[in-house]
Design a protein around this ligand. Sequence first.
Ligand code: ZN
Length: 217
Amino acid sequence: MIIEVPKGYTFIKEGNIIAFEEKGILKMQRRQGKFDEVMYDITYKTKGNNKCYYCGREIEPQRITLDHVYPRSLGGPTIPPNLVPACRKCNSIKENMTPEQFRAYRNLGTDEQKKLFRKEFFQIKFFQEKWIHILPEEWISQTPISDLLVLIDLHDTHTNKYKRTKEYYLRCQQFPSPIVIDCHRFVLDGFTEVLYAKNNRIREIPTIILENVEVIF
Ligand SMILES: [Zn+2]
């Protein structure tokens, strides 16, 4: 996947250049914990920060939020193609709906119909399909665990995230979301999933490859 990176883009935090564009490639410093922030920032730079994607209302930049189009709770990744600027109202109404569900909801005529839709939605949401059936197929490929380059020390299996990953895997035989890597297979997001896969000798992991992102040293 190629993400849109504005020409001359630079992301500076506390005086340090964390990421910058060069010849269409987003170069990211080897620095963990800033990946989401860079993805959010690029989304605002490419999609704007003063208009709701859903209702079209103009909003002050301080009051805008970013919505995960495919919800995070259903495995939606934090990458610009899955993020849109949204007002708080639309973001909170959409909650965990898929884009299709939200479109159906917005096309309903009366408040009464919308109320009923939401009621039914919350009854079924816990039984929704796994992300593997929801995310665009062309986003995902399988990467052998042995090919991945991990820049942080992975060892802590006592985190809640690890527990959730384990529970999800045992229930669904799948990871709760795809991992995200750069063009050289450096892991950008999904360290817990990688750790679980390594500990359980799972050979391959569903991956989103950002082909124009490169971790630099
Ligand atoms: Zn809105």
